[in-house]
Design a binder for this molecule. Structure first.
Ligand code: K1U
Ligand code: ZN
Length: 185
């Protein structure tokens, strides 16, 4: 089991554009497995490559126990509007309401390099959009109003000292206690 370090707000990699994947290699398949393990240990529902210090256009999501790898994802259709709370594994303990399209159709490559499309709404649709944003250097706090964003950043200014070098290394306690959100209910 390989848990990857999670980069937190302040690491410039979170603001960088990613590079499209040209060939799905065994190394990328291993990366996606490590990303799932890291995401589950951190109790997240998604994780994008820049969050673990990588520049390839790849992300993983797992909403309601439906694990999905998305490589070179694109939103091909979006409709409606929906507002709900988001968090980010790279900005721990900060939350905010984000308005996004309510439904999206995403085209991506799977782990075999085969193209597929998926339609998503609710938390799954939101998570896909959040992860695709990460692949373009965008974070959920960018959508907050000036006032809410200022509040979030003020809170983060106090939190960030917990993460020297802008790295979040999951603690043994976090790892030992890892379980799906559903099991908490
Ligand atoms: O990419 C990430 O940082 C993971 C992030 C994904 C996400 C959460 C919420 C809405 C959209 C995308 C998380 O998993 S944060 C932790 C989490 O599980 C969660 C937080 C708030 C609402 C729902 C889930
Ligand atoms: Zn995030």
């Amino acid at each position: 089991m390989t848990l990857l370090d999670i980069r937190v707000l302040g690491d410039p990699i979170l603001r960088a554009e990613t590079t499209p994947v040209e060939r799905v290699t065994d190394e990328l398949r291993q990366l996606s497995r490590d990303m799932f393990e890291t995401m589950h240990a951190a109790k997240g529902i998604g994780l994008a490559a820049p969050q673990v210090g990588r520049t390839e256009r790849i992300a993983v999501v797992d909403v309601d126990n439906n694990p999905l790898v998305i490589i070179n994802p694109e939103i091909v259709f979006a409709e409606g509007k929906s507002k709900a709370e988001e968090g980010c594994l790279s900005i721990p303990d900060i939350y905010g309401d984000v308005e996004r399209p309510a439904r999206v159709q995403v085209r991506a490559l799977d782990i075999e390099g085969k193209q597929f499309e998926v339609e998503a709404d609710e938390l799954f649709g939101r998570c896909l959009q959040h992860e695709i944003d990460h692949l373009h250097g965008k974070l959920f706090i960018d959508y907050l109003s000036v006032l809410k964003r200022r509040g979030a950043l003020a809170k983060w200014a106090k939190e960030k000292d917990k993460y020297p070098g802008a790295v979040r290394r999951l603690t043994p306690a976090e790892v030992a206690g890892h379980h799906h959100r559903d099991e908490e209910l």
